[in-house]
Design a binder for this molecule. Structure first.
Ligand code: G3I
Length: 778
């Protein structure tokens, strides 16, 4: 029979006194006392009967031999207490936490009981063929449904409002790996409910722990409280071992003892903040500022640095609110993460309804990125350059599909818009970290793999991407630590930074909770802890972009207005008080650091092939083109496209006059040192009539990270092969090269190469695709 807390406490303490006497193990089978059902709020349990042993403060130690001259003490009331035996442990208040509430959790007794199957088909066998510790474990087989498994009853041993830490280790038997879950079943006045407590990916090559804290919260008559292990498909069997249930004094677990969260990390600990005209703006809220200044080292603007806020109408940029936020950050020693340069959402109507062809759209995109990134140049640590460009099925966000909004950028420019944004951002700010940011990638392989395919291509082609932003809008049931680590590792393996940009933890996604119980508080604490642990244990310090939480306190969250259920996803409550989640985050930061990846050792100098040193830069356009129009005033914009069949870049120029000038260029994503003089070569294919006209000028130029160009000299179309490839080779491009024009380039900091096309009197009617290939710097 399930008993409410007060009764249990009484029972527990009684038990302790009696049982301890015997073997220190608490026997569950025989609860001792029956008392009336009046639920009382047990905090520290009030001890009832041990009181009488409290010695009167004056009572000397009664065992002392008769003193020759007894102490004159003030006479006690006449009926002196018979000298009861010495109370060995008079601690009157909190009884020791109960021993594990588990009988036969390690199966060393060769038995199965009291474990049962949660359905008649389930076969439980105590085996010695597998064990995590000791010799035995429990084999669970004969399962015909994925919810069937081994169940352990707690009905008679747990108390209302008390929190229990339940831990079990699982290993697959006849399947290499499978998801496994620990679920708590409660049958009470509200009927049956099944609450996920833990999940993990189990394998047949080792043991994985399923663990979680569960706070008993029942109503009405309680028929059953139990937990069981489920998950693998029908027919799959698994082993269980080392199961423990511990009655934990949740005061310890609920306690928060964190002075300065960000002081516990050497990387940014950030928070998204409302600002601008938001009613809950942090800049007008001392409570929010206090939390930010005490615990965080980086800010993200929740909304005001998004496109619709910064360019509300074409060409009209509004930076005041963002500048105010950045000023606050600078005054408080906080860095800032920019969010977001290009997104399909929160763009002004003029942008969404922009009319123009692909190159016009490209120009509009690059203008926005360039203006915004230049305005904040040197003030930000990092940017979300492009946000949410992929769908969960791994395809590019394109047209509206179901609940997924489409992307005007993809619809009007194609996938290249992403690299255009990165290139323009890098051109505007040479040092800021540039992230691609998205959601669901902490568990969705298809989506993350598609993003990493793009990132790998960017790396190969020198598109300046610094890292991947994981939004991490997750909930109490998952993804689990192992899965999150697996996803982070994929990014680390590419040498890219990992940043958790928007973490928050829904505790009521299914709407079943009406209040934030201890259990939810402790589950949330454990979840924040495991997410931060996954980060610390997987991402080496050199690749840590930081961890940011998406909101200061629960009332600020976007989740409740959007989903409607009450929820408490953040680390501070509606009184701006820290929640156990903050302690969980802090505890997670104490995890063991991931190792720095092996730096590839320099190859042995023995047999350098002097013949073909690695090129400093090569663009063979085999993948796609990363080039863009420079877009300076007075320059014509060419349409750049990729001839995937030939692996070339196609340049279409809408020539209009015989004085037109076009500049197209690409960024290396790093600074190259050409101070020794390097050879530049490229191949150009001009249509015959260009050559016949002969006036078009093709000129290669380089540019340093201060945007100072040097032009290598005119190549006249008349000198090209008509309608076929011509190779241009420029030797020793560097300080000693005789440039057509050198603006004073710093040859140690060359960050881009470009091609200038000048009509130079060419008949404007002559047009047609010019092709470029194999741009190489040796
Ligand atoms: O500013 C207007 C206000 O003038 C108007 O009176 C009010 C009423 O509609 O709306 C206000 O704009 C709201 C804006 O937040 C500022 O509060 C928008 O309606 C509302 O849609 C917008 O929600 C933001 C949402 O992005 C937009 O998609 C949330 O605050 C913000 O937390 C959320 O953040 C996103 C990240 O940018 C990207 N990742 C997911 C994350 C959560 O959706």
């Amino acid at each position: 029979m399930f008993v409410r807390a007060s009764h249990l406490v009484l029972m527990l303490s009684a038990l302790l006194i009696s049982a301890c006497g015997v073997d220190g193990k608490v026997s569950k089978s025989e609860p001792q006392e029956e008392v009336p059902e009046t639920p009382v709020e047990p905090t520290d349990p009030e001890p009832t009967d041990p009181e009488p042993t409290d010695p009167e403060p004056t009572d000397p130690e009664p065992t002392d031999p008769e003193p020759t001259d007894p102490e004159p003490t003030d006479p006690e009331p006449t009926d002196p207490e018979p000298t009861d035996p010495e109370p060995t442990d008079p601690e009157p208040t909190d009884p020791e936490p109960a021993d594990p509430l588990m009988v036969n959790g390690d199966f060393e007794n060769g038995e199965v009981a009291p474990w049962v199957g949660n359905s008649g088909e389930v076969l439980l066998t105590n085996v010695a063929s597998q064990s995590r510790s000791g010799a035995n474990s429990l084999l669970v087989s004969g399962r015909t449904q994925n919810w069937q498994g081994a169940l352990y009853g707690l009905t008679n041993s747990v108390a209302e409002d008390s929190t229990y830490h339940i831990s079990a280790w699982v290993r697959m038997d006849n399947l290499a790996s499978s998801d496994v879950r620990m679920t708590v079943k409660v049958s009470d006045g509200n009927g049956d409910r099944y609450e996920p407590l833990a999940q993990a990916s189990a394998t047949d090559s080792g043991w994985v722990e399923l663990a979680g804290n569960y706070t008993i919260a029942t109503s009405g008559d309680v028929a059953e409280i139990a937990f069981y292990i489920e998950g693998p498909d029908a027919g799959v069997s698994y082993f269980i071992d080392d199961v423990t249930v511990t009655d934990i004094n949740d005061d310890d677990l609920l306690r928060v003892d964190v002075d300065h969260l960000s002081a516990l990390a050497e990387f940014p600990i950030g928070v998204a903040v409302p600002a601008g005209d938001a009613g809950n703006s942090m800049l007008n809220s001392p409570e929010r500022q206090a939390i930010v200044e005490q615990h965080f080292s980086q800010l993200t603007a929740e909304n005001i640095m998004k496109p619709s806020y910064l360019q509300p109408s074409e060409g009209n940029f509004f930076f005041d609110d963002a500048d105010a936020l950045i000023a606050y950050a600078e005054n408080n020693g906080l860095s800032v993460h920019g969010h977001a340069l290009i997104w399909h959402f929160q763009i002004a109507d003029w942008m969404a309804n922009y009319s123009g062809d692909a190159s016009a759209w490209q120009q509009m995109l690059e203008t926005h990125v360039t203006e915004v990134a230049s305005h904040f140049e040197g003030q930000l640590a990092s940017w979300d350059v492009v946000n949410e460009a992929f769908l969960d099925d791994g395809s590019y966000r394109n047209v509206d599909v179901g609940n997924d909004a489409g992307s005007v950028w993809y619809q009007n420019i194609g996938p290249q818009y992403i690299e255009y944004a990165f290139n323009a951002a890098r051109a505007a700010d040479a040092h800021v970290d540039l992230y691609y940011n998205d959601y669901n990638i902490s568990w969705n392989d298809t989506k993350l793999n598609a993003i990493l395919t793009m990132a790998e291509d960017f790396i190969d082609r020198g598109i300046p991407i610094s890292g991947i932003g994981f939004q991490m809008h997750v909930d109490k049931s998952g993804p689990g630590k192992a899965k999150i680590k697996e996803q982070f590792q994929k990014v680390v393996d590419l040498g890219l930074k990992v940043k958790i940009t928007e973490v928050d933890l829904r505790m009521n996604a299914d709407g079943s909770a009406t209040s934030l119980t201890n259990q939810l508080l402790l589950q949330q604490k454990a979840r924040y802890q495991e997410i931060v642990e996954a980060y610390i244990e997987t991402v080496p310090p050199s690749l840590r972009g930081g961890i940011s939480v998406w909101g200061i306190a629960d009332p600020d969250t976007w989740i409740v207005p959007l989903y409607g259920n009450p929820d408490w996803p953040l680390m501070f409550d509606d009184q701006f008080e820290p929640k156990p989640a903050l302690q969980g985050f802090a505890d997670g930061l104490a995890a063991t650091d991931a190792e720095e990846p092996e730096q590839p050792s320099d190859p042995a100098p023995t047999d350098p092939e002097p013949s073909d040193p690695q090129p400093l830069f090569v663009d063979d356009f085999n993948a796609a083109t990363s080039w863009a129009n420079e877009g300076a005033d007075g320059q014509l914009a060419a349409t750049l496209s990729h001839n995937s069949a030939e692996g070339t870049m196609v340049v279409d120029v809408p020539w209009a006059s015989d004085a037109d000038v076009v500049h197209i260029k690409t960024w290396f994503g790093q600074e190259l040192d050409l101070s020794a003089g390097n050879d530049i070569s490229l191949r150009v294919k001009l249509p015959a009539d260009y050559v016949a006209d002969g006036n078009l000028v093709v000129q290669v130029y380089i540019e340093d990270s201060a945007y100072t160009p040097a032009f290598t000299g005119w190549q006249m179309a008349s000198g090209f092969v008509a309608g076929d490839w011509t190779t241009i080779t420029l030797s020793g491009v560097g300080p000693d090269f005789s440039f057509g024009y050198d603006g004073g380039v710093d040859f140690t900091k060359v960050h881009a190469i470009g091609i200038e096309l000048v009509a130079n009197g060419k008949d404007p009617a002559i047009s047609g695709a010019i092709e470029i290939d194999d741009v190489t710097i040796h």
